[in-house]
Design a binder for this molecule. Sequence first.
Ligand SMILES: Cc1cc2nc3c(=O)[nH]c(=O)nc-3n(C[C@H](O)[C@H](O)[C@H](O)COP(=O)(O)O)c2cc1C
Length: 330
Amino acid sequence: MNKTAISLLSLISIFFSIICSSLFADKSDDTLVIAFKREITNLDYHYGTKTEYLILADMIDDSLFYVENDNLSYVPSLASDYKVVNDVTLDVNLKKGVKFHDGAEMTADDVKEAIEAYASDAEICENLGFDGVEIHGAHGYLIDNFFWEGTNIREDIYGGSIEKRSNFVKEIVEAIRSRETNNFIVGLRFSQWKQHDFDAKLAQTPDELEKVIMPPVNAGLDYLHSSMRRFWESEFPDSKENLAYWTKKISDITTIGVGSVGLDSDFIDMMAPANPTSIDKAIEDISSNKYELIAVGRALISDPNWVIKMKEGRFDELIPYTKESLLTLY
Ligand SMILES: Cc1cc2nc3c(=O)[nH]c(=O)nc-3n(C[C@H](O)[C@H](O)[C@H](O)COP(=O)(O)O)c2cc1C
């Protein structure tokens, strides 16, 4: 095992959204029908174009529900009461005052304001002494809503083609660069998959991926962080290479890969258990300069000594990931 070739980043997300899953609701004001992704896979994801509202996770203030074990136990924190209709559907009465909406297109001023907010936050980080920021453009967050044709139905410079859908993040990177003063590091995390649609893709081919990532890269990114659910899977047909490989090959900037490194089960939700497994593929990829870094999330949450144990080959001492791992802070 080439131990020197591998760099590990601890990845503990502090983002403020909820457990990922798609939801949709009927049109009545106070009753929601919540369904899991497998039931709504074929829905048109454009907000407001269906009889049902599609409510994305980040429109909701806090966890509406969570999944426990494989039995889909629900505890909707925003619900006053709820009824299990079947194993994928709930009828929920919301607490008084909780409101959902089907989304509204951002105005040009809204977009400008959002770009400015990213830039000023980065500036604050630099002033506070941080070395850099990583822009979260993955998993169905705002930037990903612009990236993805499933959610971006704009007809201005921010939508309409794959290149235009990258303009939002390109302008964010430009705005950050125009304010930073001292070689501040700016990275971008992106993904093909969405929290509400694991099968979604921004790019079907390497050529399309180039159109997605090169606008922000050319605007001055230092690195890209490719979020995969299973880093060992190939990204495009006719090639066995993963998204991090293609990201590096196309952009030629420092690339991080993330997604079930060291675990045998992918990130479906943070409650699902996963067992330790080999990282030989990651080591091989990094040793052959396919990309530079991997990020490790759950494996480190369950076992803070993961890096040392991997380095020393103490594989039988690794602690599996379970939802209980989240209860202990090291
Ligand atoms: C407890 C926990 C919370 C997470 N929260 C978020 C989040 O809020 N937003 C997000 O985009 N990803 C979130 N993730 C996903 C991670 O950023 C990462 O993509 C995922 O855990 C894959 O890495 P891993 O397989 O090494 O755990 C979370 C993961 C865990 C385990």
